[in-house]
Ligand binder design. Structure first.
Ligand code: HEM
Ligand code: MTE
Ligand code: MO
Length: 470
């Protein structure tokens, strides 16, 4: 960046607020983040680094160490840190090694989007080999470092007559233990495709930030009834995780009380995944499972359940996991007024063939396989597949397990074998899929209609291109 001026540290220190503009450094770059502050996905935390270096903060908030964030940062560059000052800036404050001391071993097969905190998804071709996703292949989405294990969950808040503080073994003896098969999908699944269309802010998830598992635990509705909580007294139930940020603020999310108290919604305090105790990455020893909701509400490392009249105060409930349209102005509009996302809409994606792959020369058909799912317990009625870019469609064969009306929590896998049109030899096939759920909702045809600033709920028709040999 030879074209940019050298700037002294003492000049940068004078730019700490809106009146002077907000400047920060990263390594030897100087950035003017004045306009970016309001729309920063991590909220006002960014101001902790106002007039100084972000390097030490990013040791802990290491989610920033991605090419995607570096690219956004470079767009804000105004200069280079003067070489004499650069020599004196400590590169790191070492806070990361302590915070990340509980990270478990992970399967090498996962494709890592952020190493600290750990965020990774399996290769999508492997995702649909099994109806039940093996735990080692299940995507991991951690906002914060994995916490030390603590085996105790408390229940408190409005209307709680009998405060509860129990371990997993006490849960098992006091309440009925049930197993529910449900898919879980991150609201950021398929964000990368939306980013390709037009830039969005967030981790660049492919289409495998989803999995389908068997979760064993006790009903939240039983636990709340035991504590004395009654419908009518409260509006929301807040879940607090054991993981917390650099200032000690824990991960938290909430769900509407009507969902939490309804036994038919199968909301669980789960301690097993696929018949084994929860692993560290998936929330050991106990997490919340809210079938049909986005992953963000399904709090891992559960420590505390609070019956409440209001939604959780957390950043992830109030300022993130919301659909922020193009027209939203971060400086003037109030993000806390925007409806939080709970249920996921209808989704499907092709896992095989992989995008950009080549078919075998001697094949005259192509096998297309993938997953489909809808939130809110809506099942999948059908999945149509096109191999000619959406001109003609055929129904795929479905693999699903019946779970009852309004409780179709598990995903539906699909497959179809289609003839390769002879005019495609030596060219490309444009493969698409489109699911319809039991409420007859279908997926939008194009990304433009649903594009949003944080790249959430990307459920437009999935499309892959494959090469056909001569
Ligand atoms: C989240 C960019 C500075 C704290 C994010 C995300 C982006 C971003 C793109 C979204 C990540 C995701 O959801 O996947 C930037 C840029 C910065 C900056 C371009 C330029 C200076 C900072 C600083 C701090 C900070 C200095 C702290 C002192 C956070 C936090 C989150 C976040 C706490 C939320 C993480 C989460 O949801 O788990 N930032 N950031 N950021 N950022 Fe920054
Ligand atoms: N719970 C806590 N305590 N901390 C987190 O960072 N991430 C949430 C949710 N629960 C998270 C959490 C998000 S955004 C998702 S998508 C799911 O966990 C992912 O669950 P998994 O990592 O078991 O796949
Ligand atoms: Mo998520």
């Amino acid at each position: 960046r030879d074209d940019l001026p050298d700037i002294r540290r003492k000049d940068i220190e004078r730019h700490k607020d809106a009146s002077t503009g907000v400047w920060m450094t990263y390594r030897d770059g100087v950035y003017d983040v004045t306009d970016f502050v309001a729309e920063h996905p991590g909220n006002k935390k960014i101001l902790l680094a106002a007039g100084g270096a972000v390097d030490g903060f990013w040791d802990f908030y290491a989610i920033h160490h991605t090419p995607h964030v570096y690219r956004q940062l470079e767009e804000l560059r105004i200069g280079n840190l003067h070489p004499e000052d650069a020599a004196q800036t400590p590169a790191s404050n070492g806070s990361s090694s302590k915070a990340f001391s509980h990270e478990p071993r992970r399967a090498p097969v996962l494709q890592v989007h952020s190493a600290r905190p750990f965020n990774a998804e399996p290769p999508s071709e492997l995702l649909v080999d099994d109806f039940i996703t093996p735990t080692t292949l299940f995507f991991v989405r951690n906002h914060l470092p994995v916490p030390a294990m603590v085996d105790s969950v408390t229940v408190d808040g409005v209307g709680v007559h009998r405060p509860v503080n129990m371990s997993v073994s006490e849960m098992k003896t006091r309440f009925e233990v049930i197993t529910v098969t449900t898919a879980m999908q991150c609201a950021g699944n398929r964000r990368q495709e939306m980013d390709d269309f037009r830039s969005v802010k967030g981790l660049q998830w492919g289409s495998a930030a989803i999995g389908n598992a068997e979760w064993t635990g006790v009903r939240l509705s039983d636990v709340l009834a035991y504590a004395g909580v009654r419908e009518g007294d409260i509006e929301h139930v807040i879940f607090q995780g054991g993981d917390s940020d650099a200032e000690g603020t824990p991960y938290e999310a909430s769900i509407p009380a009507a969902i939490a108290l309804d036994p038919h919604r199968d909301v669980l305090l789960a301690f097993e995944m696929n018949g084994e105790p929860l692993t560290e990455d998936h929330g050991a020893p106990c997490r919340v499972i809210v079938p049909g909701f986005i992953g963000a509400r399904q709090v891992k490392w559960l420590r505390r359940i609070t019956a409440s009249r209001a939604v959780s105060e957390s950043h992830w409930q109030r300022a993130d996991y919301k659909i922020v349209p193009d027209s939203f102005n971060w400086a003037h509009d109030d993000i806390s007024e925007v409806m939080p996302i709970y249920e996921y809409p209808v989704q499907s994606a092709i896992c095989e063939p992989a995008d950009g792959s080549s078919l075998d020369a001697d094949e005259d058909t192509v096998v297309v396989r993938g997953y489909s799912w809808s939130g809110g317990g809506r099942g999948i009625l059908g999945v149509d597949v096109s191999v000619d870019g959406g001109v003609t469609w055929r129904a795929a064969r479905l693999t699903q397990t019946p779970q009852g009306v309004g409780r179709q929590w598990a995903w539906t896998l699909f497959d179809v074998e289609a003839a390769i049109p002879s005019d495609r030899r030596g060219g490309r096939l444009d493969v698409m899929c489109r699911a319809v759920d039991t409420a007859h909702n279908s997926q939008p045809g194009d990304i433009a209609a649903i594009w949003n600033q944080r790249g959430l709920l990307h459920n437009a028709c999935h499309r892959v291109t494959v090469h056909v040999p001569e």
